[in-house]
Design a binder for this molecule. Structure first.
Ligand SMILES: *Cc1c(COP(=O)(O)O)cnc(C)c1O
Length: 409
């Protein structure tokens, strides 16, 4: 008889996106001629950059010839991609990493979800609220979250991020072992300055806390004072793992490539207090459970680091960030209070007084045929907000804001 991991039974249904789909489908059935525009889901819409397509074609041709075909990739990535990352994403910002501190993967969702494999079950985990759900659900599957009641996990420490604290989480006032931080943030679109992030590094060094830093939206940063990597701050190599992804940076959501940095200075402890290298444990985990990202995909990822590649992906990011500006300015023009949209492709908008996240979601769908994401779906502190994404087509974004401007509430 096979027994299940009963932690899975504690998980609530993935209610958010299925509930959105249900409401949208029912609206479409009742209004078959309506033109629904989605500013809801966080997926890209622009085609891949020409350099990426070219690299893919070339790599496919290599695979067709006996002399150049490739079998299993190195589990932690080809050196041509690791070197490009080291030089362009880190050395250029004054961060020196060794090649064996970078682990290429099939994306940041897998890595943020799998990273807990090498960490003990009794760690106390803190997350910002609202939050990217993967951090919580993966810890719940491992048995670190306790029980789910009234929208909260009993053993997770929630750090609210609201306008009252400028979306800056307070340092935990209880004992915590692991903290997940995502900056620029999904869903709020907000960031931490260098000084604010330094506060977290100092706290982590002092209290032996491990920081999981998700920098999936790093490429969207436009302001000077916002760190691109947590390792730009002194001491971070001793306390932080950093996750990056080509998904939003270069439209790889369908190709799948990302990477995780686990510095060799980063240590964690056994129950006797003896120190162990997390770099070593993560290598052991990846070489056992992962057989590498496809050669053609790694070639495609490396192509974005050429000067032409950098130019092309920047054009796409600028396109999305122009959408963000259009959404932000137009919502502000009708008196709405909005956050984000400057260093991230998300706009976090306050619902009008008296409207819950789902109330306002329904009003927007009924009156304007615009699909958004109710903020409460990302956590309790998201109540009273909706998230709009800038990943849409320009004409849809323009049409959407015109419709929202005509909203009568
Ligand atoms: C989109 C996103 C990712 C990227 O996930 P991939 O698996 O690399 O596509 C990671 N973290 C957050 C917060 C995201 O929104």
């Amino acid at each position: 008889m096979a027994f299940i991991n009963e932690n899975f039974l504690k998980l609530p249904g993935s209610y958010l996106f299925s509930e959105i789909a249900k409401r949208v489908n029912s609206y479409k059935q009742q209004n078959p001629d309506s033109e629904v525009i989605s500013l809801g889901i966080g997926d890209v819409t622009r085609p891949l950059a020409p350099v990426v397509i070219e690299a893919l074609h070339q790599a496919v041709d290599e695979m067709s010839r006996e002399e150049t075909m490739r079998g299993y990739a190195p589990e932690t990535g080809y050196s041509f991609l690791i070197e490009a990352i080291r030089k362009n994403d880190y050395a250029s910002r004054g961060v020196d990493l060794d090649s064996d501190e970078i682990f290429i993967s099939d994306g940041a969702k897998s890595d943020t979800g799998n990273i807990g494999d090498m960490l003990g079950i009794r760690n106390v985990v803190a997350v910002t609220d609202p939050v990217y759900p993967v951090y919580i659900d993966s810890n719940a599957m491992a048995g670190r979250a306790g029980c789910f009641r009234d929208g909260l996990w009993s053993d997770i420490i929630y750090l609210p991020c609201t306008p009252q604290n400028n979306f800056t989480p307070e340092l935990p006032d209880k004992k915590v072992d692991i903290v997940y931080l995502c900056y620029p943030n999904n869903p709020t679109g907000t960031t931490l300055t260098k000084d604010q992030l330094k506060g977290w590094i100092d706290y982590a060094l002092k209290n032996k806390v491990l920081l999981m830093f998700d920098a999936a939206y790093e490429a969207f940063i436009s302001e000077e004072d916002v760190p691109h990597s947590i390792y730009e701050i002194e001491g971070a190599k001793q306390v932080a793992i950093e996750f990056r992804s080509f998904s939003k940076t270069a439209g790889f959501t369908g190709l799948r490539c990302g990477y995780t940095v686990v510095p060799k200075d980063l240590l964690a402890f056994d129950s006797y207090g003896k120190k162990y290298s997390l770099n070593h444990l993560w290598r052991r985990r990846q070489t056992t459970k992962f057989n590498g990202t496809a050669y053609i995909v790694q070639k495609a990822a490396a192509a974005i680091y050429s000067s032409e590649g950098k130019k092309q992906i920047k054009e796409t990011i600028d396109y999305y960030m122009d959408n963000a500006r259009i959404i932000k300015q137009n919502l502000e023009a009708i008196g709405m209070t909005v956050y984000g949209g400057i260093n991230a492709p998300y706009i976090w908008a306050e619902t009008p007084a008296g409207f819950s996240s789902w109330d306002f979601f329904d009003v927007l769908l009924d009156q304007t045929q615009i699909v958004t994401t109710p903020g409460v779906g990302f956590g309790k502190s998201g109540e009273g907000f909706i998230r709009l994404t800038a990943f849409g087509k320009r004409e849809n974004t323009l049409e959407a804001v015109e419709r929202i401007k005509s909203l009568k509430i």
